[in-house]
Structure formats: C-alpha cells, structure tokens
Design a protein around this ligand. Structure first.
Ligand code: HEM
Ligand SMILES: *[C@@H]1O[C@H](CO)[C@@H](O)[C@H](O)[C@H]1NC(C)=O
Ligand SMILES: *[C@@H]1O[C@H](CO)[C@@H](O)[C@H](O)[C@H]1NC(C)=O
Ligand SMILES: *[C@@H]1O[C@H](CO)[C@@H](O)[C@H](O)[C@H]1NC(C)=O
Length: 322
C-alpha cells in the first residue's frame, strides 16, 4: 500500500496535469460540438455557399472578419458587436470603418444555428468555421477547425486601432506585429496569402501606385485608371488585391508579388529584397506548400487568446452581449 506522502504526491501531480491542460488553448477541440450541435457544419456551409454564389467577394470579406477578430484581444467575436449610444465597439475603428463587411451573412448563419441548437455555439467559433468554409469554396485548402471559444462581453476600439497592422507598414513592422500575437514570419507570409482574394480601396493603394518604384509600371498605369491621384477623389474605388485573380483562392498572389504587382505597400514589402523573399518564391512555385502552410497558420491564428471555461458567454445575437 502507498504511504500517505507518495499518495499526496500523486494527487499533486494529477492536479498539476489538470491545471496545465486546462490553462492552455489545448481545450479547443475539433469535436467540441459533436454531441451538442451535430448539424453545425452543414448548416454553416450551406449559407456561406449561398452568400458566395450571390457575390464572389463575400468569401474574402468573411475570411477577413476572422483575422480582424483574432488580432484584437484574441478570437472572441469582439468585432461583431454593434456600437450603441453607451457602447463603443470595433466596427468604426480605423482598420474596420467603411471596410469590414459580411456582418449580415454572419447574422443569417447565427440565426440558422440558433434554430438547430440554441445558445450552444459562440459567434467566435462561427467566424472560425465560416472562414474555413469560405476558403474551401473559393478553391483553397480545407482543415479541421478547433472549437470551444466563448464570446467577449467587451470590445476595444483603441486596441483595434493599434493591433491590426496598417497597409503602410514596412517588413520589420509587419514581422513584429505578427510576433506580438505569437505568430512567426512563416505565419505572416502564409496568412498574407489571404490577399489572393478580395478587394482594396483606392485610398489604401494610391500612394503606392503613384509614388513607389518597386512596382511594375504597366500594372501601376492600369491601377491609376481607377484610382485618381487626388486625395478625396475616388477614395472608395475598388481593385483586386490579387491582380486578375481576385475571386479564386490560389497561389497567383505570390507570383504577382514576384512581378512587382502587389497592390498594397505592405503586400510588396514581402518581396522587396528582405528575409521573406525566399518563402514568397516557395509559395509562388508550389501551391501545395502554400495550401498546407496556410491551413496550419489559420489554426495558429485561431489559437490566439480564446475565452474558455466560464469566461465570456455564448451570445444569442452576434451584434450584442446577452
Ligand atoms: C499584416 C498584414 C495585413 C495588412 C496590412 C492587411 C491590409 C489589408 C487592407 C488595407 C485591405 C483592404 C481594405 C480596404 O481597402 O477596405 C485588406 C483586405 C483584405 N484582407 Fe488584409 N491585411 C493583412 C493581413 C491579412 C490576413 C492575415 C488576412 C486573413 C487571413 C487578410 C485578409 C484580407 C482579405 C480577405 C481582404 C479582402 C476583403 C474584402 O474584399 O472584403 N489580410 N487587407
Ligand atoms: C480609433 O481611430 C479612429 C479613426 O482614426 C478615431 O476616430 C478614434 O478616436 C480612435 N479610437 C480610439 C479609442 O483610439
Ligand atoms: C520600419 O518602420 C518603423 C516604424 O514604423 C521604423 O521605425 C523603421 O525604421 C522602419 N524600418 C525600415 C527598415 O525602414
Ligand atoms: C507623392 O509624393 C509626393 C512627395 O512626397 C507628395 O507630395 C504627393 O502627395 C504623393 N502623392 C501621392 C498620390 O501619394
């Protein structure tokens, strides 16, 4: 029979193991809703599919929602909360205002999921599932989504202003911006491949097409036709982030960077003679490698500071706290 002291040592060890497991995002699990919401995945996917069939760009917009959630105090659905007279959310923060979109589609998905399993699935988890589905539907890779995040009861416009990197960043600022969230240089380059889909506004690329030298001149010329040089004129005019391929999820974004056809200043920073050039070449050569790394990095991004246990809540409506 064990002595009292070795017995208490065993208890202590067990307690430590439980604490260790409980204290990390290891509690996110791909099986989190298997029992409690078996229809979750098909319910989400069919609405994402419909929304993209109606407007191809919507897939990109939905994917970006997850990034802008995770980079502001973790993946907790904070960017879905509406402003009210007594509450300032993140929707009007500098990187989001007049730019972030897809909220109506998220509402539609949330309502459908509430029908099949009320008050079970968080808005934060929905963004993770939606972005995976959007990427797959646009032609990209699939992956198993880790789940079990809960929703924030707060949001921070101030944090949204400073935590999401602006398109004026140089390479070292981009790298340290990702490092601040525990993401590597490889995560940066792989996740940036999300710009293989979607659109940007003239106000975000005007300075690049008129004033930069590391840009293909015929590409710049073409972009100028839809983005006048004068500030305030045509600011919201759109062009594809991935020249001539902005609705399919593929590796042409990296091929375009190698040809100096990055639309944003920050895009072209990834291929400008610096430490990320070689990875850009790798992804431009191998779509398979890009897809594999993108999927892994999306999982890494989804692990940023989730609310679990009794923290946060399961919102009934993604636009407001319960
Ligand atoms: C550090 C890096 C990043 C910067 C500086 C950046 C910047 C931007 C900017 C300026 C736009 C255009 C917004 C507008 O003009 O309204 C944009 C669009 C977009 N971004 Fe990023 N981004 C970054 C990383 C990411 C990541 C990591 C993802 C996703 C994993 C992402 C996904 C998207 C998508 C899909 C769009 C198009 C959205 C649409 O068409 O509605 N971006 N990004
Ligand atoms: C965030 O940025 C916007 C736009 O630049 C600004 O109007 C707002 O005051 C900022 N909010 C905070 C809390 O810093
Ligand atoms: C990059 O930008 C940061 C701040 O935005 C600046 O301090 C740094 O000098 C810049 N680095 C290079 C190599 O231009
Ligand atoms: C280009 O740079 C010049 C000189 O710095 C500046 O005056 C001008 O406003 C810039 N043009 C654009 C479109 O950014």
């Amino acid at each position: 029979m064990a002595s009292p002291s070795s017995f208490s040592k065993a208890i202590l060890t067990l307690a430590c193991v439980v604490l260790l497991i409980g204290g990390t995002s290891a509690q996110l699990s791909i099986f989190y809703y298997t029992e409690t919401c078996p229809d979750l995945f098909p319910t989400v996917k069919s609405i994402v599919q419909e929304a993209i069939a109606k407007e191809a760009r919507m897939g990109a917009s939905l994917l970006r929602l997850f990034f802008h959630d995770c980079f502001v105090n973790g993946c907790d659905g904070s960017n879905l909360l509406d402003d009210t007279p007594t509450f300032t959310g993140e929707k009007n923060a500098a990187p989001n205002r007049n730019s972030l979109r897809g909220f109506d589609v998220v509402d539609q998905i949330k309502s459908a999921v509430e029908e099949v399993c009320p008050s079970i699935v968080s808005c934060a988890d929905l963004l993770a599932i939606i972005s995976r589905d959007a990427v797959e539907i646009l032609g990209g890779p699939g992956w198993d989504v880790k789940l079990g995040r809960r929703d924030a009861r707060t949001a921070s416009q101030a944090a949204a202003n400073v935590s999401i990197p602006p398109p004026t960043n140089n390479l070292s600022a981009l790298i340290s911006g990702f490092q601040n969230h525990g993401l590597s240089q490889q995560d940066l380059v792989a996740l940036y491949g999300a710009h293989t889909v979607g659109q940007a506004r003239c106000t975000n690329f005007r300075a690049r097409i008129y004033n930069e030298s590391n840009i293909d001149s015929s590409f710049a010329q073409e972009m100028k036709s839809n983005c006048p040089s004068v500030t305030g004129v045509g600011d919201n005019n759109l062009d594809g982030l991935d020249y001539q391929s902005a609705t399919s999820f593929d590796n042409t974004y990296y091929v375009n960077l190698m040809r100096k056809r990055g639309l944003l200043h920050s895009d072209q920073q990834l291929f400008n003679g610096g430490s990320t050039d070689s990875l850009i070449r790798t992804y431009a050569q191998s779509q398979d490698t890009f897809f594999k790394d993108f999927a892994a990095s999306m999982i890494n991004m989804g692990d940023i500071k989730p609310l679990t246990g009794s923290n946060g809540e399961i919102r009934k409506n993604c636009r407001r706290v319960n």
